[in-house]
Design a protein around this ligand. Sequence first.
Ligand code: COA
Length: 312
Amino acid sequence: MNAQTDTPTGTVTDTVRTPAVVLKDAFTELSARERAASLLDEGTFRELLGPFERLESPHLAPQGIVPQSDDGAVVARGTLGGERAVVVALDGKFQGGGIGEVNGAKLAAALELAADDWESGKPIRPVVLLETGGIRLQEANLGLLAIADIHAAIVRLRQYTPVVGVVAGMVGCFGGMGIAAGLCTDLVVTRQGRLGLNGPEVIEQEAGVEEFDSRDRALVWATIGGAARAATGLAERLVDDDVSAVADAVHGVFAAGGTEPPRSARVEDALALLARIDPARRLTARDLAELSGLPSPTDLTALTDEPNGAAK
Ligand code: COA
């Protein structure tokens, strides 16, 4: 579209660009609490162990870090499409969403209680909003133990119901919580989400820049970005960074009954894929999609372009 402006020296014609992506109501701009509330049926959000309980980490102040009164985790109860639901959301803005003793226990307990509910005949739908750099570095072993409990709770719970994970961004989901994402029956990602075991800087630091250049943004997004993870079968649903799109995807998983068997239970498939991979050769997302028997991503630039509003 062209716009004309009359000036004293003549007429200037500007090209008015239509933005490539029009964000309707960005999910990633919401706080953890708002994200949880946005998924639940209107007016049903009720927080358990909220900030006024002041359940803080006792390990941060001695290390000179100001604790947060919900320890960076929101546990919300309500209904999803009329069904009882629990949504747990990590706050990526507090210590990178890292899992410590307290927020880890909140998450694990919420998922364990949901499994107890199913075992006593009370169905409940679990959703985990993952925004986390993994184990909180300041609480290493305690975070590790909490993450083991979270993993066990997800595996126990998915016998009864789909467990839906959401990796929307801006932090992404890494470390032991990357494994938690892999254990979910269904994973919903946006292009702004990043998913992996080690973050790009950590890989570069440990294995060298020739193995992985963390400053190569195109490489990062084509490897661990949400679009690449969906294209290579490590996430079930890729949606826009939009509140309604994320909510529809989460509702859609429960309506469809979830992926059965869950990806992490398909061990033979994973072993067969590993056997087809030549570790001496660097894989692209397209190679991995083809080796996985998935439709190869036709638009590779969609994988490598930096998503709108992505974390820097
Ligand atoms: N524990 C504590 N703090 C963490 C954290 C963790 N696990 N992960 C991230 N943070 C903090 C960072 O220190 C930073 O804090 P600051 O704002 O006070 O400086 C903040 O979260 C944001 O992290 P930053 O690295 O600046 O953001 P980014 O968007 O560039 O990268 C990650 C985010 C998660 C990709 C990056 O932090 C990373 O690679 N972390 C390590 C992930 C990993 O390998 N985990 C495995 C551990 S077993």
